[in-house]
Structures are given as structure tokens and as C-alpha cells.
Write a protein that binds this ligand. Structure first.
Ligand SMILES: Nc1nc2c(c(=O)[nH]1)N[C@H]1C(S)=C(S)[C@@H](COP(=O)(O)OP(=O)(O)OC[C@H]3O[C@@H](n4cnc5c(N)ncnc54)[C@H](O)[C@@H]3O)O[C@H]1N2
Ligand code: MOO
Length: 445
């Protein structure tokens, strides 16, 4: 017992520190320490979330991902109308007409597009022996069941000679024959193109719910890099191609791109510059500095900015990969390898799907097409191979593909000459000429 029966004050318990947030459990590795491309993609995509949707005017929505289902409230056409300038007639009245023995009809009115069907006749039906001059898009008057084009008549004003018959229904565009009220027009997850905008406008819709363009910051690192347009000061410098190519690719995928100037291999500068970018980024993409070198700057500084993961993926090119969630807002960052082809192939495999997921556009991954290999293709065992290729489709629809350039991941020229990536799965070592293989046609949407 203590003095004066007072209990000794219990020491305050030490507050348990919040555990530092970590990335979800990364995918497993093979015996050589490599992850599969599919696992790496699924894992990184699991940390990317669709951006919240907004209502946008049609022209602001071009290229964006629709996040509602669009059904039509109207019929298209909204009324039976004529596809030709001519005369609305009763087909049976001129069934016996020929060039030599034309049938004469009385012209009882005239309807232009935008005028009501009653403009010609009032409330009466077109009667036997009557015709109405009618212009393309104008509504078909009641009683008429065909339109004879001007070219098959003498274009008469008060009466018209018809030089041949027309079948019932000829040149009439029926109400609802394009779109019926209630039809499903565009599904959620569709990236809106120019034709979709036309259809939406055509059914009277002026605003849609879409996800905004993801803001993608693209950064290249490397002290050897020089901005295109500047002089190379010595012969061991190179021009930065990656940040331009990645910025262009991100833009084509639908992003709002911010390309940041080059960052030299100075840790403090790189850290500060990347942190400064986070306020305007939904996604950050870097290139270079992630493999085993002494100056792999990204590998060095990024752990100070958040939760990051560097790994090796069973793919060629593109083996070294980095991913993280950085800054207070845990902005996703893809840290791509510096070799230009590796950066491009990594973009196609991981970044483009992430941009599409942010936009709510499906499918996330490019859809592979089947093509016949025109020469033998080889791959190292145990890695997914992404050869550059040129795919063409002949007149009969047969798609063939040939490799372009070698497999070196520095080969920018052959990358430019290619229009596809040839996909050779991890367990495939050879594709013989004439065998089929899957390709990503990278110039397609
Ligand atoms: N000992 C090892 N060395 C390397 C390995 C490895 O596993 N062990 N992997 C190789 C592979 S594969 C790749 S890919 C590269 C990736 O390297 P980094 O991401 O660290 O990239 P850097 O070293 O910065 O650059 C590589 C290469 O690319 C050129 N480069 C970089 N940035 C640009 C740019 N913006 N525009 C044009 N060219 C760029 C750079 O000059 C280098 O030539 O590592 C291998 N090494
Ligand atoms: O895998 Mo590196 O990405 O080939 O050149």
C-alpha cells in the first residue's frame, strides 16, 4: 500500500502507432522471381477506381466513357416520311403506268420537310387518281402508300404523268424503322465516338452522364535526356522520346495529359517535382530509373512519397515494373522502364487499361485479333513476348502479320513502322509460318 493509501498513478499506455498503409498483397512469383503479366495487371487494376461521373454536354462528352444506359424516348423516324423528292401516290393507281402509256394523276397539294402531312390535303385522305408533290423528309399524307420520284414523272404542277409503277411502300421511311421508343441505344461503359454523339442528338438527348478525362501526368527521368529541339551538348546525351510517346499514347487513350519537363537524376528535385504534380493528377506515369543501375532514381525516391512496389514481370520487353499509390491522396503511379519499346509495351499492358478503368470504359484491355503469322516467330521460354508487327488484311478478309525489326527494346524506328504487337504467351516458344497468333492492333481505338 502506498503512503496515505494513495494508489500510484498508472503510467499512461503508449498510443499504438497507426500501422503504415500498405499495398494489397502482391501477386506470387515463379521460380525465377517473375510475376505473370496477367497477375500484375489484375493487381494494379484492383487499385484503380473509376472517376466519379458528371453530366456533360454532348460535345464535351466525345471520347469519354458513358456511365448510364441510354434508351430512346422517341421513335426514329418519328413519322412515316419520304426518302425522295417526288409525288406521294396510291401505288395501285399507277400499277399499269409505262413510259409509252403514262398514267396521269391530279396534283392536289404540296408538302415540304417541316410541314405537316395535312399541308397538302387538309384532313382528307388522298383519293383515287390524286397525287401530292412531296420533298425528302416530308411526312406522308394519309391515303398515300408510295412515293414516285420526280425522275420517273414529267414533274407536272397541276397534273403529273407517271412513266412507270412503284411498289407499295416505295421510298417511304417508316416510323420507328431506325429506332423504336424504348430501344437500348448505347450501353454503359461505351466510349462515345462521333457516331454515338450523332445518335444521341438524333433522339433529342443533349447531356449524358460520363466520367471525365483522367488527368495523367507523364514524367521522364534521366540525366542523359535532352528536350527535342535543343542541341545535344555531347555525344552521350540522347533526346527524350518516352515522355512524348507516352503522353501521346495517354491522350489517344482518352486522358487529359500533362507532360512534365525532364527530371535529372537529382533525388531532391525529382521528389519535389513529382509531389508538386500530384494536385492535378489522377494518374502519374514515369519512365526510366527502375532497374538495377546505380542511378535508378525513381526506385530511390518514390518510397519516400508513398506505398510503392518494384517487381519483375515475365514479359519481354518490359520486365522491370513499378507501381505505387503516392501522396496524401494515394494517387496511382506506374513507373515504367526506360527503354522506349519497353515503356510502350508496358503502357499497352498496364497504363492504357488503367486509363480506361478510370474512364469507366470497357473492355479495359485491348481486344486481341487473330492473324496468320507470315514467318516463323520465336520467344524466350517463360516470358510473354510482345514482338512489334505489321498486320494487314487482304481482299478476302484474311489477316496476316509479320514481325517488324528485331527484339531490341531500344528500336524506336521499327516501333514506328509497326501497327501491332504480336502476343506470344509465356509457354509458347515458337509460332510456325502459317500458324495463327493473336495481335493487338494498336492503331485501333
Ligand atoms: N543489371 C541489369 N540491368 C538491366 C536490367 C536487369 O534486369 N539487370 N534490366 C534491363 C531492362 S529489361 C530494362 S527495360 C532497363 C530498364 O531500365 P530503367 O527503367 O532503369 O531505365 P534507364 O536505365 O533509365 O534507361 C534504360 C534505357 O532507356 C533509355 N531511356 C531512358 N529514358 C528515356 C527516354 N525518356 N527517352 C528515350 N530513351 C530513354 C536510357 O538512355 C537507357 O538506354 O534496364 C535494363 N538493365
Ligand atoms: O525488358 Mo526490358 O523492358 O526488355 O528492355
Amino acid at each position: 500500500m502506498g503512503l496515505f493509501r494513495r494508489k500510484k498513478a498508472e503510467p499512461e499506455p503508449e498510443p499504438t502507432p497507426e500501422p503504415a498503409p500498405t499495398l494489397p498483397e502482391p501477386p506470387g512469383q515463379d521460380e525465377r522471381g517473375l510475376r505473370s503479366v496477367e497477375d500484375q495487371r489484375a493487381w494494379t487494376l484492383s487499385m484503380i477506381h473509376e472517376l466519379p461521373p458528371f453530366g456533360m454536354q454532348l460535345l464535351d462528352a466525345v471520347g469519354l466513357g458513358l456511365c448510364e444506359e441510354i434508351r430512346s424516348d422517341v421513335n426514329l423516324p418519328g413519322f412515316d416520311n419520304t426518302a425522295m423528292d417526288g409525288y406521294a401516290v396510291r401505288a395501285q393507281d399507277i400499277a399499269a403506268a409505262t413510259a409509252d402509256a403514262p398514267i396521269v394523276l391530279e396534283v392536289v397539294g404540296r408538302i415540304a420537310a417541316g410541314e405537316p402531312a395535312t399541308a397538302g390535303l387538309g384532313e382528307a385522305d388522298l383519293a383515287e387518281g390524286q397525287a401530292i408533290r412531296i420533298m425528302t423528309g416530308a411526312p406522308i399524307p394519309s391515303g398515300a402508300d408510295a412515293v414516285i420520284p420526280f425522275e420517273r414523272t414529267d414533274r407536272g404542277e397541276d397534273e403529273v404523268r407517271c412513266f412507270g409503277p412503284v411498289p407499295e411502300g416505295a421510298n417511304i421511311r417508316r416510323r420507328g424503322s431506325d429506332v423504336e421508343e424504348g430501344d437500348l441505344l448505347i450501353t454503359e461503359g461505351t466510349r462515345l465516338n462521333d457516331r454515338a454523339i450523332g445518335l444521341l442528338a438524333g433522339v433529342g438527348i443533349d447531356q449524358v452522364m460520363v466520367r471525365p478525362r483522367p488527368r495523367v501526368v507523364v514524367i521522364a527521368t534521366g540525366s542523359e535526356l535532352v528536350e527535342p529541339g535543343m542541341d545535344l551538348e555531347d555525344d552521350h546525351q540522347i533526346y527524350d522520346s518516352n515522355s512524348w510517346m507516352l503522353a501521346a499514347a495517354a491522350g489517344a487513350a482518352g486522358a487529359q495529359v500533362y507532360r512534365v519537363g525532364l527530371l535529372a537524376d537529382d533525388p531532391e528535385q525529382v521528389k519535389q517535382s513529382i509531389s508538386d504534380q500530384l494536385v492535378r493528377a489522377d494518374l502519374v506515369v514515369t519512365s526510366g530509373g527502375i532497374s538495377e543501375g546505380d542511378h535508378d532514381i525513381i526506385k530511390e525516391v518514390m518510397p519516400e512519397l508513398g506505398m510503392v512496389d518494384f517487381s519483375r514481370v515475365a514479359m519481354q520487353p518490359g520486365k522491370p515494373q513499378g507501381f505505387g499509390l503516392i501522396g496524401e491522396d494515394e494517387i496511382p503511379v506506374f513507373m515504367l522502364p526506360g527503354n522506349p519499346v519497353s515503356a510502350y509495351v508496358s503502357f499497352e499492358n498496364f497504363v492504357r487499361p488503367a486509363i480506361r478503368k478510370l474512364m469507366g470504359v470497357e473492355p479495359h484491355l485491348r481486344e486481341p485479333r487473330r492473324a496468320i503469322a507470315s514467318t516463323v516467330l520465336r520467344s524466350k521460354p517463360g516470358v510473354a513476348q510482345f514482338h512489334r508487327g505489321f498486320v494487314r488484311t487482304d481482299m478476302s478478309g484474311r489477316r496476316t502479320v509479320e514481325p517488324v525489326g528485331g527484339s531490341g527494346s531500344y528500336l524506336l524506328d521499327s516501333l514506328q513502322r509497326s501497327n501491332c504487337l504480336i502476343l506470344m504467351e509465356r509457354d509458347v516458344e515458337m509460332i510456325a509460318a502459317g500458324q495463327s497468333v493473336m495481335v493487338w492492333a494498336v492503331d485501333e481505338e
